[in-house]
Design a protein around this ligand. Structure first.
Ligand SMILES: [Zn+2]
Length: 135
């Protein structure tokens, strides 16, 4: 056991560069070399123009709360001590919509459109989770 009792991401060849970036506290995304679209989730093909050539970029880590929900029930025992907590979709400045948590504020203070910046939770020696905090 790692001591961390919540679900962890399972890395594969598509997701490994993203999670390796997180370990270095960098939000990495693929950008299509054909049309410039920032691809999320990572893929072997651009969903906009179907090009296969991409490069990895490091995002700014800034975005806005696109939408959110406050959880008052723990659907996994690992989250019991966290309730109430906010699960949100953050729209990053570069375009991707990331499913994450808003932390470092009261759940009642979270609003759609609020500016947020990534903060890192180092949960295991291999995994750091990107979460977001109000600016
Ligand atoms: Zn493209």
């Amino acid at each position: 056991m790692t001591g961390y009792d919540k679900p962890l991401p399972k890395l594969n060849s598509d997701t490994r560069p993203f999670w390796e970036g997180c370990k270095k506290h960098e939000l990495r995304f693929q950008r299509c070399l054909g049309c410039g679209h920032v691809i999320w989730p990572s893929s072997i093909i651009c969903p906009k123009c179907h090009a296969r050539d991409t490069e990895w970029i490091v995002a700014s880590g800034h975005g806005i709360v696109y939408t959110y929900a406050t959880y008052h029930v723990a659907y996994h025992p690992g989250f019991l001590s966290d309730i109430p907590y906010v699960v949100a979709i953050v729209e990053l400045d570069e375009g991707p919509h990331l499913l994450t948590n808003i932390i470092n504020c009261r759940v009642d203070d979270v609003k759609c459109g609020m500016d947020v910046t990534v903060v890192w939770e180092d949960v295991t020696p291999e995994i750091s989770l990107p979460k977001f905090s109000p600016d």
